[in-house]
Ligand binder design. Structure first.
Ligand SMILES: [Mn+2]
Length: 329
């Protein structure tokens, strides 16, 4: 739905017009949506002649550094002076999600809070939380349409990055008709969708590709093919010269097998065991992760156990997963 009569958008437009010096931030450990929305909003404010301080409490992964304007972001560096009149928080479901921004909350006149998380709190002076939206980028694009901003190709690329990463390339269940309409709007405004696709989804260093090969070789199917398990030991990482953190995407691969309900990846990291879990949808893997002190979502969860032995965790985890699978039907 196009946002013709949105009172929150009206209030946000008014606050943007009135403000002169803006502090803009997304959440800690930023993703494509958090940074893409921050960059687009900052670019728009600069075009309005405003002073902006883009902030992110942490640096993102290298794959997000292609986004236009990312070199203007102050990573983990707060300004010397807190003389901002307006703070914009994007993607922050509570006031602490952006980092330690207490000095800002104490000094600014206006806090604009824009988010799409269902758990979002109304901590701002102006709040717009739409849990129906796939991403903050979707909301920002609607807002740009509302104020009839002539979206630049750079802004479109940043917003498209947020849209595509939060919807898993328009495949996750949060993808609505509006997400696709907004995607079309961004493409029409010059979003470089080939670049986004190449950098985020079609780039993998040689070593990581070899690690994926090794992981698939070590894939075990258990419990009648319903449970897929991959274990990567410190020796695997040493042999390939790969950081144990570089295992993104591996745990999702076995979900492609028709019989598999749950897929797990166990990683032996220095001093601890890290585990990722994925479900095809019938089993809530966050419940299993909670048993080990972790958490997550129904289809994607994880946990880490400090000082644990690989075999011990593997035995307990296998029992927990099989117990859940056995409850089906
Ligand atoms: Mn998001």
């Amino acid at each position: 739905m196009r946002q013709k009569n949105n009172p929150a958008f009206k209030a946000i437009a008014k606050a943007l017009k009135k403000g002169r010096k803006f502090f803009v931030a997304g959440h800690q450990n930023p993703d494509g949506d958090s940074l893409g929305s921050t960059l687009a909003v900052c670019s728009f404010l600069r075009r309005m002649g405003k002073d902006v301080y883009p902030f992110s409490s942490d640096r993102p992964g290298e794959d997000l550094f292609f986004m236009p304007g990312i070199d203007t972001v102050n990573f983990s560096v707060l300004p010397d002076e807190f003389d901002f009149d307006t703070m914009i928080l994007l993607e922050c479901s509570d006031k602490n999600r952006g980092g330690n921004l207490e000095p800002l909350f104490n000094t600014v006149k206006t806090v604009i809070n824009i988010d799409h998380h269902i758990t979002g709190e109304n901590y701002g002076t102006v709040n717009y939380i739409n849990a129906q939206a796939s991403s903050t980028a979707e909301i920002i694009t609607e807002f740009f349409e509302y104020v009839k901003a002539d979206i630049t190709p750079e802004e479109a690329t940043c917003l498209y990055t947020g849209l595509v990463t939060d919807t898993g390339r328009f495949l996750h269940s949060n993808t609505g008709a509006e997400s696709l309409r907004v995607g079309a709007v961004l493409l029409a405004h010059g979003a470089d969708i080939q670049k986004v696709n190449t950098v985020i989804y079609n780039t993998k260093p040689y070593k990581e590709l070899k690690l994926l090969g090794r992981a698939l070789e070590k894939l075990n199917l258990l419990h009648g093919g319903t449970f897929a398990e991959i274990t990567l030991t410190s020796r695997d990482f040493e042999l390939l010269g790969v950081d144990p953190r570089h295992t993104q995407g591996i745990v999702s691969q076995p979900i492609m097998i028709p019989s598999v309900e749950v897929s797990v990846l166990l990683r032996e990291e220095p001093g601890r065991i890290a585990v990722n879990l994925r479900s095809k949808g019938r089993i809530d893997v966050s419940k299993i992760a909670v048993l080990f002190g972790g958490g997550g979502h129904a289809r994607a969860a994880g946990f880490k156990v400090e000082g644990a032995k690989l075999e011990e965790i593997k035995t307990r985890l296998t029992a927990s997963v099989i117990k859940e699978i056995s409850k089906l039907q």
